[in-house]
Design a protein around this ligand. Structure first.
Ligand code: ZN
Ligand code: ZN
Ligand code: ZN
Length: 355
């Protein structure tokens, strides 16, 4: 993610709603992909004070900011919607009558906004249910029936909420926003990396498979690299959970779970690709990326991989010096690199298409 600055010169982070140096309210303008200071001008309206591409424009706070402190995105003052473009994509929020749910929901929306930032930066199409009622993107954030009681097993007779994607609908079990519950799941599943943002990046991968691969010109290329997705999905997952990954999974896949089925392989690689692009953007903003001297501005996949390798070696070394686990507990094998290169190509082309 890129850096943002307040009109006073202080650095602003993507989740801020106030500048800690000058005390101004701040918000994010999605259309300009910009964090900015805002000043109240009455009647619930706010104006961008300083020079720049959106200077003088008027906005209102997203309704979820005003009521729940669960957002920091701005809505153009003349927009008929009360919610920002991110909150509008959420169809179901957890029952806020349960005290803990508000905090979990805030974390979830924050991770979702981060996801949307990356998708917009890559110029990927984000089509909601308003435009496509059948397969548009929409989110349900749900709690297990007994979520109030420490995220243990659901009540008898209640199915647990499964995080997943179907026809544009992304469902997330809000227990994933609870650090203790997520850490327990991570241990149970034998994973080294499990984050809220990672979940969103994985599930949106399924959405883009539907948007960009299914019935399209890349399907044959997909099957060559990832396998035939028409193999029985339910049986594949059952086999994965009963038997685990094949012993040589690390030579062919980016993660254990990727070996379960071609769709999961795609979603795992897609998530990984978004990790790479966003983290490299952040690193470049902090002068941590070493450009290849002969390809200073290149964004080809070889350069990305080169920069990624240099960066992840460094951040893992830094983490070890701090006595922390590796920030990047992966090793890219040849097959996984080919899959990432395929995704890079598709994202690049989708970004140049008109939506
Ligand atoms: Zn400031
Ligand atoms: Zn919002
Ligand atoms: Zn999946």
């Amino acid at each position: 993610m890129r850096d943002f600055f307040c009109q006073c010169g202080n650095i602003l982070y993507f989740q801020n709603n106030m500048c800690l140096q000058c005390g101004r309210s701040v918000g994010y303008v999605p259309r300009a992909a910009l964090m900015t200071a805002i000043e109240p001008i009455g009647h619930g309206r706010w104006q961008v004070p300083a020079a720049g591409q959106i200077a003088g424009r008027e906005y209102k706070l997203c309704e979820n900011t005003a009521i729940y402190d669960a957002c920091n995105w701005l809505v153009p003052a003349d927009d008929p919607h009360a919610l920002c473009v991110s909150c509008r994509l959420t169809r179901t929020i957890p029952d806020l009558g349960v005290e803990r749910h508000l905090e979990l929901w805030r974390r979830i929306e924050a991770a979702k906004r981060h996801l949307l930032y990356s998708l917009t930066a890559l110029k990927l199409p984000i089509i909601g249910r308003e435009a496509d009622p059948e397969r548009g993107l929409v989110f349900d954030f749900l709690a297990d029936a007994d979520a109030a009681s420490e995220f243990t097993d659901p009540l008898p007779g209640h199915e647990p909420v499964t995080t997943g994607h179907a026809n544009g609908l992304i469902t997330l079990n809000i227990a994933e926003a609870d650090d203790v519950a997520r850490a327990r799941m991570r241990e149970q599943m034998g994973e080294h990396y499990r984050t809220l943002l990672g979940h969103f990046r994985h599930e949106i991968g399924h959405y883009y498979w539907m948007q960009l691969i299914e019935d399209g010109p890349y399907l044959a290329g997909f099957r060559r690299l990832f396998g035939d997705e028409r193999s029985d999905y339910g049986a594949a997952l059952t086999r994965h959970y009963e038997q685990g990954p094949p012993p040589d999974w690390s030579e062919h896949y980016i993660s254990r779970y990727a070996s379960a089925h071609p769709w999961e392989d795609w979603a795992e690689c897609w998530a990984h690709y978004l990790h790479m692009r966003d983290t490299l953007e952040t690193a470049a903003n902090h002068d941590l990326v070493k450009p290849r001297p002969w390809q200073r501005d290149a964004t080809d996949f070889d350069t990305l991989t080169y920069q990624w390798t240099q960066l992840t070696i460094a951040v893992n070394a830094v983490n070890r010096s701090m006595g922390l686990p590796d920030a990047y507990p992966f090793a890219l094998n040849v097959a996984a690199s080919q899959k990432l290169a395929f995704i890079h190509d598709i994202v690049d082309r989708a970004g140049h298409a008109q939506y």
